[in-house]
Design a protein around this ligand. Structure first.
Ligand code: ADE
Length: 236
């Protein structure tokens, strides 16, 4: 039977899902609270990892080791890297990579870990299709539906909040949006043979306005992403 691990970095990225859990049991591990139960009748484990690559990688590993999850979804907010990706739009990962892994001096490509081929982590096709289907259903209920985008999500331990930094990330990695956990979760999922997908909604444009925009849009963006996850787990 499927059991889906759902990771969000911040409280606002998981709280509405945790509140809806039935038969909820909480397990504490590595400073994280793992909420295990049924979401719309479907077995899930929902957890706030904390921000950044290390927290999220540890979190994904615990989901694999202690909870035997069959799928992993990363939900939350992100900064847009693409002029077509607007506030509160939805981005579904086809692949994830790091923008702050630099071993070019050793002959590796930007983003590539010192192990050939460890550069892009590919999201699961079936989960992508489920996410798109869930998205379409959720936005069909909205008066002003956001756009849905599919593509690369770029991750690093850096809140990108300047046009200059943003341009540097785009120049090397492209991508639709940036955040701080997706690639480390994808990396951990890959090492454990677990299918994953990242779903994000846009809180800011990762430029000089990001600090202010983030606080204006984070709640709505986080809520949208959670709504899609809730719809999606029922279809996996
Ligand atoms: N999460 C949301 N916005 C972000 C940004 N601009 N940079 C990194 N992570 C983010």
């Amino acid at each position: 039977m499927n059991k889906t691990g759902i990771i969000g970095a911040m409280e606002i990225e998981v709280n509405l899902l945790q509140e809806q859990l039935e038969q909820c049991r909480i397990t504490e591990k590595a400073g994280m609270s793992f909420y295990e139960g049924l979401l719309c009748g479907v077995p899930v484990v929902i957890v706030k990892s904390g921000a950044g690559k290390v927290n999220s990688a540890i979190c994904a590993q615990i989901l694999a080791d202690l909870f035997d999850v069959t799928h992993i979804i990363n939900t939350g907010v992100a900064g847009s890297l693409d002029a077509d990706v607007d506030y509160c739009d939805i981005v579904i990962s086809t692949e994830v990579c790091y923008h702050d892994m630099h071993n070019e001096a050793m002959g590796y490509k930007p983003g590539e870990q010192p192990r050939p081929g460890w550069l892009l982590y590919t999201a699961d096709e079936k989960m992508i299709a489920c996410a798109v289907e869930a998205c379409c259903k959720v936005i069909s209920r909205m008066e002003q539906p956001p756009a849905i985008h599919k593509g690369r999500i770029v991750t690093g331990d850096w809140f990108i909040n300047s046009a200059e930094r943003k341009a540097a990330v785009i120049a090397k990695f492209g991508g639709l949006c940036t955040e701080m956990e997706g690639a480390s979760i994808g990396h951990s999922a890959y090492l454990n043979g677990i299918p994953f997908v990242v779903i994000r909604s846009i809180s800011d444009k990762a430029d000089d306005s990001a600090d202010v925009d983030f606080h204006s849009f984070e709640l709505e963006a986080a809520r949208r992403s959670m709504e899609i996850v809730k719809e999606m787990v029922q279809k996996l």
